[in-house]
Ligand binder design. Structure first.
Ligand code: NAD
Length: 473
């Protein structure tokens, strides 16, 4: 039996980077500069919890500063370590470059299981962590802007922002110090769903390219395609719900921490999500078959596998048994570099994390712009656009002498609100990036996988930015 020594997440990301970088004609040394993480802070701090002092450990890594601010989520997880944070920060650099979001890459983490603490305790811990991040790691609207990631949410971002505003009351752009905030407190419509929505738009774009669909051994559109999702958290829940409700895909299995549930007829994602919220697992979901060894279900027959939980899920060990034709990396790093090579050899098609889950940072970018401009999108022009629509309808009726149907009148007189604009901007971003990745593949016929092409696209943009600034000869 083959023995598999698993690479670390960072080694995996670096190997993917090396594969792409060597296909680019970069000046000597520049690839290394881009690959290495620029700054990592490790922070330890005590907080009094239930009568005793506990020491917490957190990190903030800024991988690249070719563009500022740096941007990246904050993860709360008991298993996190510095290497993982560096790997995630590197992915952020490449991701932002791929989707043309003008940021450097960063990531933060706190080694904590948020489920073990009450909301009040989490607030105390977060506020203390925020103070350290602002004072020592330089969090701020023009330097480094966090967002939610695994284990964190809008509430955690709200506490961070509140600490920042308390410490820097003279910063007029203070609300832009974090993204992923509640819409009622300078957040943006559509941010919570953004990463899942971006995954949906990426998959839709894939299905607009019949040659890519055929390469995966599939045919037709998304309607009726069978999907297995791992992780029904923020990203997995939204992606699978949208794919099922809006595109007619069939979610035949959901894999969670406690196991997996399978129903070939298609699961009701909303009902599974509610069950998960209520019970903490998927076991006992009515009408579905429960499989205690959830990881086995990654290998089940399906058209599309969407790992949306954590890194290192598809490794050299299980990659030979993966049956999905298309793998969409909604999570960061779910497929190791070794597994990636095996899947490629086996003709499986993969939409890589650095592109597939870029919806979150894209909408964070819109939120940051909104915060800097201090006005919600559409506030100035929405009523004007509606009036214009009415005028067009009236003009049509006058010229033709006929009545415009009520549904057409309503649609012409409806101007975009913030959510419409966010979705439109996200859709455009995902489509353009997909096409740019395809163009790299066309220019390099020896590159036949999206991951290498996406990395090449990102690395090349970062390299150009270093060269144009004169930081590198
Ligand atoms: P989340 O905490 O909301 O959800 C993660 C889900 O995965 C949870 O339901 C959890 O129970 C489940 N899970 C954890 N370990 C698992 C395992 N071993 N097997 C099966 N299920 C498991 O996190 P999220 O924000 O949805 O993030 C998920 C992934 O997407 C992460 O890799 C994250 O870095 C990435 N991501 C998130 C965002 C975002 O905007 N939230 C943006 C880009 C990338």
């Amino acid at each position: 039996m083959a023995v598999h020594t698993q690479m670390t997440f960072l080694q995996s990301v670096d190997r993917m980077f090396d594969r792409a970088a060597k296909l680019l004609d970069l000046p000597p040394g520049l690839a290394q500069l881009i690959k290495d993480c620029n700054v990592v802070y490790q922070i330890r701090f005590p907080v009094r919890i239930r009568g005793e002092y506990r020491v917490f450990r957190g990190w903030r890594a800024v991988h690249s500063e070719h563009r500022l601010p740096a941007k990246g989520g904050i993860r709360y997880s008991p298993h996190v370590n510095q290497e993982e944070v560096e790997a995630l920060a590197a992915l952020m650099s490449y991701k932002c470059a791929i989707v043309d979001v003008p940021y450097g890459g960063a990531k933060g983490a706190l080694a904590i299981d948020p489920r073990e603490y009450t909301e009040e305790e989490l607030e105390r811990i977060t506020r203390r962590f925020a103070t350290e991040l602002i004072h020592k790691a330089g969090i701020g609207p023009s330097t480094d802007v966090p967002a939610p990631d695994m284990g964190t949410n809008a509430q955690v971002m709200a506490w961070l922002m509140d600490v920042y505003q308390t410490l820097r009351p003279d910063d007029i752009n203070a609300t832009a110090c974090v993204t992923g905030k509640f819409p009622s407190m300078s957040g943006i419509a559509g941010r919570v769903e953004a990463t899942g929505r971006g995954v949906q738009y990426a998959i839709r774009e894939f299905f607009r390219h019949p040659e890519d669909v055929a390469k995966a051994g599939l045919s037709g559109g998304l309607e009726g395609k069978t999907v297995i999702v791992q992780g029904l958290g923020n990203v997995g829940y939204h992606a699978s719900r949208f794919l099922a409700e809006e595109d007619g895909a069939r979610i035949i299995a959901v894999i969670e921490r406690d196991g997996a549930i399978v129903d070939e007829r298609g699961l009701d994602v909303e009902a599974v999500y509610r069950h998960l919220q209520k019970t903490g697992g998927v076991e006992g979901f009515p009408g579905a078959r429960f499989v205690p060894d959830g990881a086995r279900v990654l290998e089940a027959e399906c058209d599309m596998l969407i790992p949306a939980a954590v890194e290192n899920q598809i490794t050299a060990e299980n990659a030979p048994r993966i049956q999905a034709r298309l793998i969409v990396e909604a999570a960061n790093g779910p497929v190791t570099a070794e597994a990636d090579e095996i899947l490629r050899r086996r003709g499986r098609v993969l939409i890589p994390d650095v592109y597939a889950n870029a919806g979150g940072v894209t909408v964070s970018y819109f939120e940051w712009i909104k915060n800097l401009s201090h006005i919600r999108f559409g506030r100035l022009d929405r009523r004007f656009e509606e009036l214009r629509g009415e005028q067009v309808t009236n003009a049509l009726e006058t010229v033709t002498g006929r009545t415009v149907p009520e549904s057409v009148r309503r649609s012409l007189a409806r101007a975009a609100d913030e959510l419409d604009l966010v979705r439109s901007g996200l859709d455009d971003t995902m489509r353009v990036a997909y096409q740019e990745i395809k163009e790299v593949m066309e220019r390099h016929p020896d590159v036949d996988d999206m991951r290498t092409a996406a990395y090449m696209l990102g690395i090349d943009k970062i390299a150009r930015s270093y060269i144009e600034r004169g930081v590198w000869p």
